[in-house]
Structures are given as structure tokens and as C-alpha cells.
Design a protein around this ligand. Structure first.
Ligand SMILES: Cc1ncc(COP(=O)(O)O)c(C=O)c1O
Length: 391
């Protein structure tokens, strides 16, 4: 039997989302066509937009559907940079962001953007004061609502507030937080002036039980953003291209269900996660929980196994039927040390000795038991010499 503890990488498709996708896929019309078939598709698309907007507490017109988190982040960061106000310069970038953000900003730096790096604390948190210090005169700022690797939940309201005070547009990456942390675009935006404070928020469907390939960027009406894709005038001209009606119907269904279940599911997952962490630490006394122990995503258990090779433990767990991760999935094929763990002040060795277990909707006690049954053996084989570790 296989045990899936990598819900932060992607989640199982919800049956209701699949049903919504299948039903919508029967429609033939292009949502931009004026004939009846097109208008049927349009109605369903706009209904999905309204449902997503309702969950995120935004105006429907602010919801720009994309192909997922990476596209949303690229649209936000490249779009804000290319439309930046005259006289502004620099991008405020915390050190522990997702690679979609780090690499997009690196590309903009190659175009001449100055990076204003913000250190994170030892638990992965972004201090609003450190963030605020780097804001004056910046063209834009970005931050994670919750860290996808170590699970620490940031104080997004404070980050939005200091950005609004400094008159800087802020993008929030809510991909890992979606479905676990209450999100109100309107609330986080507050009374910020046009074009400053929270102006864009990224989300991805496949982290909450929708299919891979659909997501959204919530873009404030007053934001100044240049489109990445050129073509048709769909979605306020911010995202040209025929819209994925079926994908958005599935996304709307999944996000509503995730929100409806959020509180009860958070409590259930936190209890399972706490049992997992306590069980691991009783079997591997050297193991250390990284990230904020309290303000963390309910399904996230991120542990340092001192002296072990994380990739080797991952392999040994996989052989035993347990799917986990050493960090974000985008890095998993490449055995790099985690930049997040390094940003938290640990050395390269530690950054190669971490494992992330993430629980979700389908997780059960049996998944926790499966990890606990093999973790001590995996640790001893993956540490020291002659370990049976993958070379
Ligand atoms: C915090 C965060 N941002 C962005 C992404 C990228 O999203 P996607 O996989 O939908 O492109 C991920 C995915 O792991 C993530 O966890």
C-alpha cells in the first residue's frame, strides 16, 4: 500500500472537481464567441469567477484565471516591474520564497532590477520591520503568505500594511496557504491607495484538489500591470488566450469545498501532524522540527535529520511505500540544498538533511503509522557510512 505525504507538492483530485470538469468539458463554445454556444460557456466561466472571488473576498473582475501558481507569480512580478512607477527602483524579496519567485526576480535582476533582499528569521518568518525597512522607493515587493517548505505562516496583514504605508505595490504568494489560511483580498488590501499595498495574490488549483493547469492571480482594479501574454483582450487584457472553462469550473468547485472544510480539516490535520512529529522524535531523538511550531500550516511536518542525506531517506521511504519530499517539488529532481533552510541560518549540510511530510484531505492515521514504522531504519541507513543510501 502506498502512503502519500506530499500534499504540498500536489493534492489528489476531488471527485466533485472532476465531475465539474467533466460536465463543463461537454460545452463546445469559446467563451469569447457571441453565439449561443459561446454565451453558455461564458456564463459558466463567469459563474466560476464569481465563486472564486467570493471565497477569496475579491471582486469577480479582479480574478484573472491562469495556468497555476508559477504563471500567476510571473504575471504579477514581471507585470508590476514592467509597469513600475517612474522614479521607483528595486524589488523587495524575502530570502525564503518559492523558486517561481526567486527565479523570476533573478531574471528581472538580469534586466537591471536591484534586489532588496529581506532576511528571514530562524523559523522562516518574515519580520514586518525588516520588510518595511527595504520598502521606501521600491518598485514592488513580494512575500509568501505561508512558506511551502517549512510551513511557517507569515503575518500577511502586517506585510500588506507596511507596503501600503510605503506606497509600494505588494504581491502575495498564497499558493501554499490556500485552503489552510483564511484569505481576504479585500481585507488585506484595506484602504490602500491605488496601486499600493496588496495589489496581486497568487493561487493554484492543484494544491486544493482541482486539476493541475488552473490557477488565478487576483489583481486589484487599480493595479498597474503589464501583460505577459499578448493576443486577445480576455481577462482585462491581462491574460490573452481562450479561457479554460472546464478548468475554472473545477477550480471553483475545489476552492469552495476547501473553504467549507477549512476549519474542521485544519484541526484534524494538525492533530495528525502533531502525532507524526511526536512519533518521529520519539524514534529518532536527534530529529528537529523546523519552522514555527505554532503558526504553521496544519498539515506540515518539516524535520531536520542531522547527519542524514535527505535524498537517501526519501529514497528509502519511497521503497517502503511512503511518498515525502525534501523541499519544494520543483527542486526535487535536483539534489540542491534547500535555500529556505539556509536562509533560516543553517549550514549546507543541514539544508541537505531535511524531509517534509505534508498531510491533506485524504491523509489518515494509517499514513502516519506507515512513516513511524520505517523512519528510524531510514535514518540510520541514510546517516554515516555504508548506509544503503542512493549514490
Ligand atoms: C508557495 C508556492 N508558490 C508557487 C508554487 C508554484 O505553483 P505551480 O506548481 O502551480 O506552478 C508552488 C508550488 O509548489 C508553491 O508551493
Amino acid at each position: 500500500m502506498r502512503h502519500y505525504l506530499d500534499h504540498a507538492a500536489t493534492t489528489p483530485l476531488r471527485p466533485e472537481a472532476r465531475d465539474a470538469w467533466l460536465a463543463a468539458s461537454e460545452l463546445v463554445g469559446n467563451a469569447s464567441s457571441t453565439h449561443g454556444a459561446g454565451q453558455d460557456a461564458r456564463r459558466l466561466l463567469e459563474d466560476s469567477r464569481e465563486r472564486v472571488a467570493a471565497v477569496l473576498d475579491a471582486d469577480p473582475i479582479e480574478v484573472v484565471f491562469t495556468s497555476g501558481g508559477t504563471e500567476s507569480i510571473n504575471l504579477a512580478l514581471q507585470g508590476l516591474w514592467h509597469a513600475r512607477a517612474a522614479g521607483t527602483d528595486g524589488i523587495v524579496l524575502p530570502d525564503a520564497e518559492h523558486h517561481a519567485t526567486m527565479d523570476t526576480v533573478a531574471a528581472l535582476a538580469a534586466e537591471g532590477a536591484a534586489v532588496r533582499a529581506v532576511p528571514v528569521q530562524s523559523d522562516g518568518r518574515i519580520a514586518a520591520s525588516d520588510f518595511a525597512e527595504r520598502l521606501p522607493g521600491a518598485a514592488l515587493a513580494t512575500a509568501l503568505v505561508a512558506n511551502n517548505e517549512v510551513g511557517t505562516i507569515n503575518d500577511a496583514a502586517s506585510l500588506a500594511m507596511v507596503s501600503a504605508s510605503a506606497g509600494v505595490p505588494l504581491h502575495l504568494d498564497a499558493v501554499a496557504a490556500l485552503g489552510h489560511v483564511p484569505l481576504s483580498f479585500r481585507g488585506l488590501r484595506g484602504a490602500a491607495d491605488a496601486g499600493s499595498g496588496l495589489v496581486a495574490l497568487s493561487a493554484a488549483g492543484h494544491k486544493i484538489g482541482a486539476p493541475v493547469g488552473v490557477g488565478a492571480l487576483v489583481v486589484a482594479r487599480t493595479a498597474n500591470l503589464t501583460a505577459l501574454l499578448r493576443g486577445g483582450a480576455q481577462q482585462r487584457g491581462l491574460r490573452a488566450g481562450t479561457q479554460d472553462v472546464a478548468g475554472t469550473a473545477a477550480f471553483a468547485t475545489a476552492i469552495e469545498l476547501a473553504e467549507r472544510e477549512r476549519e474542521a480539516e485544519s484541526a484534524r490535520l494538525a492533530a495528525l501532524r502533531d502525532r507524526l512529529v511526536a512519533g518521529i522524535r520519539s524514534r529518532v531523538s536527534a530529529a528537529v522540527l523546523l519552522g514555527d511550531p505554532h503558526a504553521r500550516l496544519p498539515g506540515n511536518a518539516h524535520l531536520l535529520f542531522p547527519g542524514a542525506v535527505g535524498e537517501s531517506m526519501l529514497f528509502l521511504l519511497d521503497v517502503a511505500g511512503v511518498a515525502a519530499s525534501t523541499g519544494s517539488a520543483c527542486q526535487a529532481g535536483v539534489a540542491e540544498p534547500s535555500h529556505v533552510v539556509i536562509a533560516m541560518g543553517r549550514g549546507e549540510q543541514d539544508a541537505r538533511s531535511v524531509l517534509r511530510f505534508t498531510l491533506g484531505r485524504t491523509s489518515t492515521d494509517a499514513d502516519v503509522d506507515a512513516v513511524l514504522a520505517v523512519i528510524a531504519d531510514a535514518y540510520s541507513r541514510a546517516s554515516g557510512s555504508g548506509t544503503g543510501a542512493r549514490s
